[in-house]
Design a protein around this ligand. Structure first.
Ligand code: 13P
Length: 251
């Protein structure tokens, strides 16, 4: 399986800024993802079309939206449909990011609806899961991951192509804090996630990429990518600059 190198630009960059960063990435990468790597950059809706056009200069790379509404169209003020995302030239969407769960109040069930609808609309989905520090310290790690995976993957269409789904484990306490989970934490938690994925997804679980996210940077990306059950990384802050994200891609 190729390692999936994902960037999440959150609420950073206008269309012009996003296109510029993608152009810089294209130059640094000589127009292609390195051997054994696939790249996806999740950008704000307002930058999606320009970033997608610029990304056509990088072979093996694509763009994605950071959110989606689970309906084809309708009276949903301020929301964006899968078809609108695809029309911008993007092929992926993030669901269940911890900032949407904890700041915007999205429930596990709503995340599951989005995941299933986006997949049935032909988008590739990266479902994010992860516990808060309080949940980890109260011994709830496994319960939280199980609940988020079961409800997040509920109603995934049976004919979903294997490459259309990825899971990103991001401990909330390691996001934007500079606190990376230890190697032992990552190995232990990814093993739990993989076991739960096998239970929920059956045979396809082993072919479904499981990414780690949370304070990944050029200095730690290589060692994280070498761990068991780590099929890629989802990078926030350190993906905003082309040279930093390119170093991670090449790690
Ligand atoms: P940081 O890499 O800034 O910790 O963010 C991680 C993240 O939330 C990616 O989705």
């Amino acid at each position: 399986m190729k390692k999936l190198m994902a960037a999440n630009w959150k609420m950073y960059k206008t269309g012009a800024e996003a296109a510029e960063t993608v152009k810089e990435m294209a130059a640094l990468l000589n127009g292609t993802a390195p051997e054994g790597r696939e790249i996806v950059v999740f950008v704000p809706f307002t930058a999606l079309e320009r970033a997608s056009v610029a990304m056509t200069a990088v072979k093996g790379a694509s763009t994605g939206a950071e959110n989606v509404y689970p309906a084809a169209e309708g009276a949903f003020t301020g929301e964006i449909s899968p078809a609108m995302i695809r029309a911008c030239g993007a092929s992926w969407v993030l669901t269940g990011h911890s900032e949407r769960r904890h700041i915007l109040g999205e429930s596990d069930a709503f995340v599951g609806e989005k995941t299933a609808f986006a997949l049935s609309s032909g988008l590739r989905v990266m479902l994010c899961i992860g516990e808060t520090l309080e949940e980890r310290e109260s011994g709830l790690l496994r319960n939280v991951l199980e609940r988020q995976l079961r409800l997040g993957l509920k109603n995934v269409p049976a004919d979903t192509p294997v490459e259309a789904l990825a899971i990103a484990y991001e401990p909330v306490w390691a996001i934007g804090t500079g606190k990376t989970a230890t190697t032992e934490d990552i190995v232990e938690t990814h093993a739990i996630c993989r076991e739960l994925m096998r239970d929920i997804l059956g045979a396809r679980a082993d072919e479904t990429p499981l990414l780690y996210g949370g304070s990944v940077k050029p200095a730690n990306a290589g060692s994280i990518l070498a761990l068991d059950n780590v099929d890629g990384v989802l990078v926030g802050g350190a993906s905003l600059k082309a040279d930093s994200f390119t170093q991670i891609i090449n790690a």
